[in-house]
Design a protein around this ligand. Structure first.
Ligand code: UDX
Length: 430
């Protein structure tokens, strides 16, 4: 099939590369000339394992065609996919201006029958508004259906998630659009959830909100474990063995971050309010997540006392491993607070250094994880990069002013750390 993907950000670029790999001809619209040139040269401005290679293969095979100009691609495509950003506004609701601008600009170009797919995470009812905008500007003789096909990809494993999805959600009442979208995804595994557009839009928000709820729930249980002297690892394991609960997303720590959970939980809460419904549980989930960072800061204060004048090593700045994304990163928040309090930070992240420096100008970054131990009063582990597990912990202790580790991700074994002579604290483990 022939398709145009509008928006070459995270979702747009990864999706376009995978659709091209499936054999579709994919025009990928990048409206910034310099960024387009970089893309054509195989340079991508974020880190995602395997993506550069897949994009290069797609371009070499002629299936993936980055373009600035999209008149002809849109005109000749069976499917046009909107993948632009929906950043949060001050009140937490999603800013849909880019979605509507795209709808306006592509409407007059559409020709014959086209399925317009919203892949951006958008509030319930956005599909209808997009349809109204396009229909009012459509050239005579052309027809469209607007469908919602949310994605569920995770940063760091986006390509796997797109190539082996658990489910493919197709939200449209149109039989014709359903047939087109089932065909577009024919080569992919996963259950098909064929539903109406509003339900599809809500599936995306509800999924993210539920996962965020699991995380906030387990974090509260971890805080309780700290109080009562129980072990969150065992509690989460014991809970997760019940298939009705499931073991995924029960990892306690310093809370969730990233470009999705914080934004989407806020947006869903705000959508509910627009319908005069107070989503109390979700409000608590959001509050617990914010409080979890403060809880860890309290632990730092309790352990170190006054942080002013202290030197603190930080392992991990990204919001999670396998990405350079620092959006809503708990680590960045904690580092910012420590700096504001007068601590000196020596940080290391395998991928997020540049982005962290942009967010925290003047941050002292180290060329390796080991360097963050040199003459510091404590080391904080804030992102669970796998390489941190296998550091030569026994030796690194000797570099520190005092051997204190605060593990915000429960990565290390408390008993082993203490045996090595560390004063070791984590979240919800005695
Ligand atoms: C998430 C959803 O998983 C994905 O389906 C959706 O499309 C986009 O949002 P992502 O933000 O890439 O993906 O990361 P994810 O792996 O879900 O982790 C989000 C945050 O939750 C991270 O900060 C992570 O550290 C935290 N997390 C996750 C926990 O604190 N505990 C857990 O058990 C799992």
């Amino acid at each position: 099939m022939k398709m145009t993907v509008i928006g070459a950000g995270y979702v747009g670029l990864t999706s376009a590369a995978v659709y091209a790999q499936l054999g579709h001809t994919v025009y990928l619209v990048r409206r910034n000339e310099q960024k387009l040139q970089e893309l054509k040269e195989g340079r991508i401005d974020f880190f995602e394992p395997g993506l550069e290679e897949l994009v290069r293969q797609g371009m070499e095979s002629g299936k993936l065609i980055p373009t600035l100009e999209y008149h002809e691609p849109v005109r000749s495509s069976d499917v046009v996919m909107i993948c632009v950003g929906t950043p949060p506004m001050a009140d937490g609701s999603a800013d849909l201006s880019q979605v509507f601008e795209v709808a306006e600009s592509l409407a007059p170009l559409l020709h014959g029958y086209t399925v317009v797919v919203n892949k951006s995470t958008v509030p319930v009812g956005t599909g209808e508004r997009v349809e109204q905008i396009i229909t009012s500007l459509l050239s005579p003789g052309s027809t469209i259906d607007v469908a919602s096909c949310p994605e569920f990809l995770r940063e760091g494993t986006a390509l796997e998630d797109l190539r082996a999805p658990d489910r493919i959600v197709i939200g449209t009442d149109s039989i014709r659009a359903r047939a087109v979208l089932l065909e577009l995804h024919r080569a992919l595994p996963g259950k098909r959830v064929v539903t109406d557009r509003r339900s599809a839009e809500l599936i995306k928000y509800s999924s993210n909100a539920f996962l965020a709820t699991k995380i906030s729930f387990i974090n509260e249980i971890a805080n309780l474990c700290d109080e009562v002297g129980a072990n969150i690892d065992d509690v989460a394991y014991g809970m997760g063995l019940d298939p009705r609960i499931g073991s995924a997303f029960l990892k306690a720590g310093i809370g969730y971050g990233g470009s999705c959970f914080p934004k989407d939980t806020q947006a869903l809460h705000s959508i509910a309010l627009q319908y005069d419904y107070e989503f109390k549980l979700l409000k608590a989930v959001i509050e617990v997540n914010q409080a979890q960072r403060r809880q860890f800061i309290r632990k730092i204060k309790k352990t170190l006392g006054e942080v002013r004048g202290k030197t603190i090593g930080v392992l991990g700045l990204a919001f999670k491993p396998s990405t350079d994304d620092i959006r809503e990163s708990a680590s960045i928040d904690i580092v910012r607070w420590l700096r504001d309090q007068g601590a000196r930070i020596m940080a290391y992240d395998p991928q997020a250094e540049q982005k962290a420096l942009a967010a925290l100008p003047g941050l002292q970054v180290c060329p390796s994880a080991s360097e963050t131990f040199t003459n510091v009063d404590a080391v904080l582990l804030l992102t669970e990069w796998p390489e941190f597990r296998t550091l030569p912990w026994g030796m690194l202790k000797e570099r520190m002013n005092q051997p204190i580790i605060l593990d915000g991700r429960n990565v290390l074994d408390p008993q082993q750390m203490r045996q090595m002579g560390y004063t070791y604290y984590s979240v919800g483990r005695p």
